[in-house]
Design a protein around this ligand. Structure first.
Ligand code: ADE
Length: 439
């Protein structure tokens, strides 16, 4: 059945849960603005010249308060914006309502993902909105050429999640638009958002979901990339005994140097109280592992998508019983032992499912990258600078984003003399480059 969109008095189309929450959303957006200095500085710097005049920007990302500030930054720069929630559990209805009322077309409809019903693009006669719905329907993996309709008018895409698929499309010649990758090749995303965002939002999600004591517990963090590092650090800070799983010896060594134990999951599964997957890979915690877990062990994922926890194996395990304690907190009880585990956010991102995700400050870094990447693509739309390839955000822009966030924290940069600045002590060429020299 098609989901019909509604229209605001100004003609904007939207589908949100509860428009009466718009005032509440507006108040929280105003709180977040002060915590998002990069976005607000972009409004001050670029707003007066309205660089996005004539641009139509469509996004798909968690429709929450932080994203609302991003959307309104794009509109403050002159864009016409339409948005679509990207995750079944992360929509904040008050944020969606405020945006639908005040700023942009929103498609914040959770039902698509929940019941598999995808709205019919013909439920609207607005061409741009039809495109959004088509994007949802189509799958980059299975049929990239569905997008050829957009080919003629699409200026470019700034991408975080999913950028690896765009690299694949570039490799096999099916990429039909320029892309600026603002994912993990960007310092402010990789080493600021991932690390400090998860350090904040993992405990927030765990406490909101269960409020179980963390101190003294055994927490297993699967993966010691930037997300895993943030998670392990926060659990250690909260007084947990932390075990890391890793298949990369360099990261495993780093984890031990930070004082964490490193073991395969199989070796420790029955001793762990809280399992957190962060790997970005698949099939990390399978139902056979779950059968060996302690009663009421918490199992959750803060990595990419929902591939890390074997929800299918759990749901189809003969005789398993699901007890929903509250939305996104389910106890699953196995028939033979009557012992249960607690799975958060159905194996999807628990920080966004059980809590409201990373804090505004850290999202300001990632979202300022979005604004800068969009501006670059739009400004260069006729120059031929960007071909149908994936590009990384230049290092000086990444640095600019970082610099925009220093003042709010009371930090001041050291200025080098020209002589100091020109002096090169670390070779920048060669097979290994430290993070700062990657670009
Ligand atoms: N990813 C993690 N936290 C987020 C947030 N607060 N907003 C949008 N995307 C996020």
């Amino acid at each position: 059945m098609a989901l019909l969109v509604e229209k605001s008095t100004s003609g904007r189309e939207y589908k949100v849960k509860d428009m009466s929450q718009a005032d509440f959303g507006r108040l929280e957006i105003e709180l977040a603005e002060v915590e998002m200095p990069g976005l607000m500085a972009s409004r001050t710097e670029f707003g007066p010249s309205q660089p996005f005049r004539g641009a139509k920007i469509t996004g798909s990302l968690h429709m929450n308060i932080q994203t609302a500030v991003l959307i309104e930054t794009l509109t403050a720069l002159g864009a016409e914006v339409r948005w679509c929630s990207s995750n079944v559990f992360s929509t904040q209805d008050h944020a969606a309502a405020a945006i639908a009322r005040d700023s942009a077309g929103v498609k914040a409809e959770e039902e698509f993902a929940k019941n598999g019903t995808i709205p019919d693009p013909t439920s609207t006669n607005n061409v741009d909105f039809q495109l959004v719905l088509t994007i949802i329907k189509a799958s980059l993996m299975t049929d990239p050429l569905r997008y050829t309709k957009m080919k003629e008018r699409l200026v470019g895409v700034s991408a975080i999640t999913g950028v690896n698929r765009l690299y694949q499309m570039q490799a096999n010649g099916t990429l039909i638009f320029p892309v600026i990758n603002i994912n993990n090749d960007t310092f402010t995303k990789k080493e600021i958002d991932n690390l400090y965002g998860c350090r904040h939002s993992l405990p927030y999600g765990l406490m909101t979901a269960t409020n179980f004591m963390i101190a003294g517990k055994v927490v297993l963090v699967a993966g010691y990339g930037d997300v895993g590092k943030g998670c392990a650090a926060s659990m250690k800070q909260a007084g947990a005994r932390v075990i890391v799983t890793e298949d990369d010896p360099t990261l495993a060594l780093q984890a031990t140097m930070e004082g964490f134990q490193v073991f395969p999951l199989e070796d420790v599964v029955s001793n762990v109280d809280i399992f957190v997957t962060t790997t970005g890979k698949k099939d990390i915690i399978m139902v056979d592992h779950m059968l060996k877990m302690k009663n009421n062990a918490i199992v959750c994922n803060i990595g990419h998508l929902d591939n890390e926890i074997d929800m299918h194996g759990l749901k189809t395990f003969p005789g398993v019983k699901r007890i929903t304690i509250k939305p996104q907190t389910d106890r699953w009880v196995f028939p033979d032992t009557n012992s249960g585990i607690i799975v958060l956010a159905e194996g999807r991102l628990m920080n966004l499912g059980c809590a409201t995700g990373h804090p505004s400050f850290v999202m300001s870094c990632s979202f300022t990258n979005q604004v800068i990447a969009q501006l670059e693509l739009w400004n260069e739309r006729s120059s031929g600078k960007y071909e149908k390839k994936v590009y990384v955000l230049p290092k000086h822009l990444d640095e600019k984003v970082a610099a925009l966030h220093l003042g709010k924290l009371g930090a001041k940069l050291t200025k080098l003399t020209k002589d100091q600045a020109d002096y090169i002590s670390v070779p920048v060429e060669g097979p290994y480059k430290p993070a700062h020299y990657r670009y």
